[in-house]
Design a protein around this ligand. Sequence first.
Ligand code: NDP
Ligand code: 2IT
Length: 444
Amino acid sequence: MSYTSEVLERAIARSPGEPEFHQALREVIETLGGIFERRPEFVRWKILDRLVEPDRFVSFRVPWVDGAGEVQVNRGYRVQYNSAIGPYKGGIRFHPSVTGSVIKFLGFEQTFKNGLTGLPIGGGKGGADFDPKGKSDTEVLAFCQSFVNELYRHIGPDTDVPAGDIGVGAREVGYMTGQYKRLTGNMPGGVFTGKGPSYGGSLGRPQATGYGLVYLMEELLRRKGLSFEGKRVAVSGAGNVAIYSAEKVAQLGGKPVTVSDSGGYIYDADGVDIELLKRIKFERNERLTAYRDAKPSAEYKAGGMVWEIPCDVALPCATQNELPKAGAELLVKNGCKAVGEGANMPSTPEAVEVFAENGVIFAPGKAANAGGVSVSALEMTQNSMRRPWTFEEVDRSLLEIMKGIVRQITEAAETFGQPDNLVLGANAAGFLRVAEAMMGQGVV
Ligand code: NDP
Ligand code: 2IT
């Protein structure tokens, strides 16, 4: 058995019942064989054996009192996955599907993603199985405060810096920042990112993941003589990443024709009306049926996958494993040329195979959605400097960072003899960044 297969098998056996973590481990490790042939010192120093084990993982009780006066108990998590390059950095997810396995897969991915940004951040992730849907503002506040009552002892501007993810936006980050300040007596500066701009949040952070995704895809298309101009784009999700991806696609002359939430999807042949969508999702917190009710050109389909709508480019921006083999086959059949992952691990391994077999440009999440955490790192810089940057300064930096990621992943893919395999390129480039940093610091 090869060295990488042995490490993978041992890691899976050591974490039984964690399917998402196993999936993420397999996806990365199976592409790394070539690196260990060239760099035997990585084997000798057991870099991979160390990387499949997070630095630490905490899980904790989150008790809180709901609006009816009833005590509720959720489970919270933080994985501090790897700090070779800098303080742990990564979002917090509130969703009923959150488990230890989900948090570990996200922390593992985050470690390589953060390496690709070229910024001084290690990998972490956290969350809770709390369902924000249908909760009042005061219930969300009560939950966030209780969550931080435990989390605060593990985080800090130089140790671990959380941000948002599914179910956690500026409101939740604000409530967590406030509680952290109350518990520690410090105005925490850069202990959370994705804050409101009035207390240290970076301009451009809300847009960063979606805009960054589209900048990266535009650069990959450009290298093949293509662009977003005139392209039909299928977007899934209708949250932070989906909405700002659709907005940037439209700004670059493309036409976003779908968005989805957990109830169903919208197909709008005229192109999604971004301002209407923002009002429905950000201001009124309504379901996508409200979009159909407001826009005559829109069709709504309960359930189903946006991937059945013909498109040139697909941007999955909702959640893990939302794009299965059947969805990939539909996309290919309808002539889709490129797929960029705004979400973390949205394509199943079988779907990724379909894209590879059919010559679809495929940008994996750890490269494609790195714009969010990059601007988070720029927010940390601004907080440390005590000097905010303009939206334009941040957006320019984001564009450069995403172009830098394209350069790294395409160069790595070429080095290992598979120039179109950006899964290999992203994994190899991300791994090399982390591995070099680990080698320099001894056995820790
Ligand atoms: P939001 O909470 O803002 O939006 C999530 C969207 O996805 C909602 O439309 C939601 O629908 C839908 N969704 C979530 N879970 C499911 C599910 N199980 N089934 C169907 N639909 C679902 O989250 P974000 O936009 O921030 O995050 C989306 C993805 O992007 C995640 O994978 C996240 O990890 C990734 N990401 C986010 C970054 C960020 O900066 N926010 C950075 C990099 C990656 P509904 O409202 O009905 O639940
Ligand atoms: O998956 C991700 O990269 C995020 N949710 C953003 C993390 C961050 O620290 O901004």
